[in-house]
Design a protein around this ligand. Structure first.
Ligand code: ADP
Ligand code: GLC
Length: 479
């Protein structure tokens, strides 16, 4: 199949969260299965062109110029440059805020996908794989193009997070020439506003989301963010496919970012990683106590209210915390205060730091992720792979990937109620097992042995693509 994959972030060039990791690894896994892949993404000012060897292609299309990264894994990665829209330090915004012209930025990106592919001689695309609200309008564009050549291309839209929808005032319909014909309840109208994500949901041929449990949850009022009705109406076209882990990029036996290599059979390196992490974050955990890691966007979605509430109790139980995060300012302030109150016990780094993220997954004993909701979650998968059992809330992809520890079974600890008591109860169960190094290591090793490879996910996406294309076959036969 010929697949055009569009995402607003692609690691290692640009990344604010899991979408960047997925947009890097999934196309590569699909290419390994013999498909032809072109990935398109904006060229932000923060992308290090020299480091990544980007070269201008000398192709101008629709107000953008195209740049390409060297293809090392069979995937073409092409960057859309428009200095006025994308030549800035942030991806979606700076200092915790959003850029005021994000609608124009990502409408531009969405509309340029098919013309850019044509200009790159990547024509006759079978599948346009879109991701999150930033690409939603591309589904509308494609639907409008039906009947022309684009009518043979099918679209698959992946929801990575329903909490971010790209909702803007309806004045945009004129400003961005979206066409009032699409501003209807079964189009992109949403409570008298324009909703880019909804455009993706209603105009795509097939919808996927990043875990089976989340696929069910978003069809309910509680987690539907106002779009549960739309999703229920398309439930026969909605599939949950779990994300994977890029085994090369996330491997404690060969990770250049961590202090010492280790694996399930050679465990000594993990203790060195722990020591190095404690030095780096100035942690002084009392002997025999647990270091808990957190690597996250600071957003309410991730359960930081619970963590802040539970902090004094966790510290009282002897737990130290290694925290890396950035995002909502009030969380940054609250954690800075907590760290000042508990020197040596709460090690905090505010910012986005890929290397430190790896060192926390490797150096912590257990990993905390008490999300309010979690479409899939990659952090808990990385923690499993680095032998740091996760403590998570039973929601979305966390419920699908972590199994409660018991005698000889399980990989981590789960709790249901979204409150700090439930979190502390789960931490207590973890401390119980942690008291026995043998039992803890056995638990960690079971986690390391889990196989969340992209190969499995890529096969599931392939089946989804076939399904989306199946409709085309039916149409062609009829006409
Ligand atoms: P989400 O996409 O909702 O943020 P995921 O768990 O799917 O959650 O993915 C988060 C990704 O972003 C992981 O690769 C994680 O290591 C990374 N990450 C999150 N916050 C930071 C940070 N402050 N510094 C470095 N990496 C981070
Ligand atoms: C989103 C979700 C996260 C998921 C990631 C990649 O940011 O919040 O759960 O793992 O996308 O799909």
């Amino acid at each position: 199949m010929k697949i055009l994959f569009a995402a607003s972030e692609v690691a290692p060039f640009s990344k604010t969260g899991g979408l960047g990791d997925v947009a890097a690894a999934l196309p590569a896994a699909l290419a390994r299965r013999g498909h032809r892949l072109l990935v398109l993404t904006p060229l932000y000012g923060c992308v290090n062109r020299t480091l990544h060897g980007l070269r201008p292609l000398g192709i101008e299309v629709g107000g953008a110029s195209l740049h390409e990264a060297p293809a090392t894994d069979g995937v073409r990665r092409v960057f859309i440059e428009n200095e006025a829209l994308f030549g800035r330090a942030g991806v979606y915004g700076e200092g915790g805020g959003e850029y005021p012209d994000n609608a124009a930025r990502f409408a531009f990106f969405s509309r340029l996908l098919l013309p850019a592919a044509e200009a790159l001689s990547f024509s006759d695309v079978d599948l346009l794989h879109l991701n999150d609200w930033q690409t939603g309008l591309a589904a509308l564009e494609l639907a409008r193009g039906r009947g022309r050549r684009a009518g043979l291309t099918r679209s698959v839209f992946t929801i990575h997070n329903l909490g971010y929808q790209g909702v803007f005032p309806k004045e945009l319909v004129d400003e961005l020439k979206l066409g009032w014909d699409a501003f209807t309840p079964d189009g992109l109208e949403f409570y008298d506003q324009v909703n880019f994500l909804k455009a993706g949901l209603v105009f795509s041929d097939l919808l996927t989301t990043v875990s089976p449990t989340y696929a069910t949850e978003i069809q309910g009022v509680e987690q539907g963010f106002g779009l549960d009705g739309v999703l229920r109406s398309r439930s026969d076209r909605l599939v949950g496919i779990l994300n994977g882990v890029d085994h090369q990029g996330w491997d404690p036996s060969s990770d250049p970012a961590i202090a010492a290599a280790y694996d399930a059979d050679a465990w000594a390196g993990k203790a060195r990683c722990r020591q190095a992490l404690c030095r780096e974050l100035r942690l002084e955990p009392p002997p025999g106590t647990m270091v808990m890691g957190i690597v996250s966007r600071f957003a309410s979605q991730k359960g930081f209210d619970l963590i802040l509430e539970a902090l004094p109790e966790l510290v009282r139980r002897g737990i130290s915390l290694a925290i890396l995060g950035n995002g909502e300012g009030h969380f940054e302030h609250a954690f800075a205060k907590a760290a000042a109150r508990h020197p040596g016990r709460i090690g905090l780094r505010i910012g986005f730091d890929e290397g430190l993220a790896h060192r926390i997954y490797a150096g912590c004993d257990a990993f905390l992720m008490p999300s309010l909701y979690e479409p899939c979650g990659l952090s808990q998968l990385y923690a499993l792979r680095y032998g740091s059992p996760p403590i998570v809330r039973r929601t979305g992809g966390l419920a699908d990937t972590v199994e409660e520890a018991g005698e000889g079974v399980g990989t981590g600890f789960l709790f249901d109620r979204f409150d700090s008591e439930a979190l502390i109860e789960a931490a207590d169960r973890a401390l119980d097992v942690f008291a026995s190094p043998e039992r803890w290591q056995a638990l960690a090793r079971r986690g390391m042995a889990e196989d969340f490879s992209w190969e499995v996910s890529a096969r599931a996406y392939e089946a989804a693509y076939q399904r989306a294309l199946g409709r085309r076959a039916a149409k062609v036969v009829r006409s």
